[in-house]
Design a protein around this ligand. Structure first.
Ligand code: ZN
Length: 92
């Protein structure tokens, strides 16, 4: 079983969380009128093997979203934080 460290609650069992989405996707704005862009955002996923950033929600705890850096092949979690946290430390 995975253990995910919620930044607000501490380490918890994966069963308290639900996977929500890829954390790197950018939601189109309301002003984006390109229907294909909205379709892709809602329905298209690029499955990746290896390290990726994901959004999980701590539904059985604080209810907040947690950003998780997880290797999808080994399930190793190397970082968790708030959704806006930048694990790579790149200035934006
Ligand atoms: Zn929590």
């Amino acid at each position: 079983m995975l253990h995910i460290t919620c930044p607000w609650c501490g380490p918890r069992a994966q069963t308290e969380f639900s996977y929500e989405d890829d954390a790197t996707r950018t939601r189109p704005t309301i002003d984006d009128t390109n229907a294909e862009m909205h379709f892709d955002y809602v329905y298209q996923r690029d499955p990746r093997m290896g390290v990726q950033d994901e959004l999980w929600r701590h539904g059985a705890g604080c209810g907040k979203f947690v950003k998780v850096r997880r290797n999808t092949l080994t399930h190793e979690i190397t970082a968790t934080g708030a959704p806006h946290d930048d694990f790579d430390g790149d200035a934006k």
